[in-house]
Design a protein around this ligand. Structure first.
Ligand code: NAP
Length: 314
């Protein structure tokens, strides 16, 4: 098993965690394409494969994701690392404290290992939110504080606001198609020993290599997403063909190679979401082997050639 210590904490997480946004989220086709039995199997197989942490949030499935984890984990909770998030809309001091109580209750636990501020709130000074998060650490309800979707200037502000604790991680979108964080966020986090937690690490399924012009996802989340439209989609499919060739030559799946490319980077861990046992098992298989330097270089080059735009043709 491969581990990474998150920032300056003692949270020793497996390089791959399990993302739990899917559980209870209708946008992802919850209740239609997959349901509770699939989610429970995905959790169980992840733990069997050695994954030791799960990422959730108060907003996922309107609390259902946390509730499901509370129900399923039981006594195993103490051996696991639970990362959850307070919503950006709950940035006020009292709201942070209240949100944490809600998460603890749903998760059926009395502490959260990593409590992340889900997205910045431009109406509430970050100092107010950080003060509340630090109070939760003092009270023993939270072990470590993390951020999510934070640009460098705001990370600095958040760091400055903390008196006795520190920022352990920043959770951001990072995958072979979306590499914007490599410009400023990744170098800053590495320099500061803040771990980068890569979300959407398989670009919401695109890097798994199963989509084509005739097979696009129909769920509300992705049917109108710019990555699934032109001029992006064809370019991405061509890139995925390259990824598939490497995967085939290695006897791995495209999702595993895409995840491996991320976690080979120092300090980066990834939290792929899974809708069922098969996907969770596949994603856990990104650990325990190495990508050849040449393949990493070629994937780097090919992915840098992608010209993704968020203004699409239709
Ligand atoms: N902090 C934030 O703002 C934020 C934002 C987004 C996500 N997150 C976190 O990051 C986690 C992962 O991100 P994500 O869910 O956006 O994207 P992702 O992990 O890149 O993609 C997940 C989706 O890809 C497909 N998939 C997963 N594994 C697969 C496999 N091995 N083979 C084939 N298809 C596979 C599944 O959908 P289909 O089968 O339908 O294709 C699954 O729902 C979330 O669960 C959440 O915990 C955080």
């Amino acid at each position: 098993m491969e581990y990474e210590i998150l920032g300056k904490s003692d949270l020793n997480v497996t390089k791959i965690g399990l993302g739990a946004w899917q559980f209870g989220t209708e946008w992802w086709g919850w209740g239609k394409d997959f349901g509770e039995k699939d989610a429970i199997e995905a959790i169980e197989v992840s733990l069997e494969k050695g994954i030791n942490w799960i990422d959730t949030a108060e907003v996922y499935g309107n609390g259902f994701s946390e509730e499901l984890l509370g129900k399923v984990l039981g006594k195993r909770r103490k051996n696991l690392i639970i990362a959850t998030k307070v919503a950006g809309t709950h940035a006020r001091y009292d709201d942070v404290i209240k949100a944490c109580e809600g998460s603890l209750k749903r998760l059926k636990t009395d502490y959260i290992d990593l409590y992340q501020f889900h997205w910045p709130n431009s109406y509430v000074p970050v100092e107010e939110t950080m003060t509340a998060l630090e109070k939760l650490v003092e009270d023993g309800k939270v072990r470590y504080i993390g951020l999510s979707n934070f640009p460098v200037p705001l990370i600095k502000e958040a760091q400055k606001s903390l008196k006795n604790t520190f920022i352990v991680s920043n959770q951001v979108r990072y995958n072979l198609i979306s590499r914007d964080i490599e410009k400023k966020i990744l170098p800053y986090c590495m320099e500061q020993n803040i771990s980068v937690i890569a979300y959407s690490p398989i670009a919401q399924g695109l890097l798994a290599g199963k989509f084509s012009h005739d097979n696009k996802p129909s769920d509300d989340l992705r049917k109108d997403h710019p990555l699934f439209k032109e001029p992006n989609f064809t370019q991405i499919l061509n890139f995925v063909e390259v990824l598939k060739k490497f995967a085939q030559s290695l006897g791995k799946t495209p999702a595993q190679v895409a995840l491996r490319w991320l976690i080979e980077k120092n300090g980066v861990v990834a939290i792929p979401g899974a809708k069922n046992k098969k996907q969770a098992e596949d994603n856990a298989g990104a650990m325990g082997w190495k990508l050849d330097e040449n393949i990493i270089k070629k994937l780097d080059q090919e992915s840098k050639n992608l010209k993704i735009t968020y203004i699409t043709d239709n």
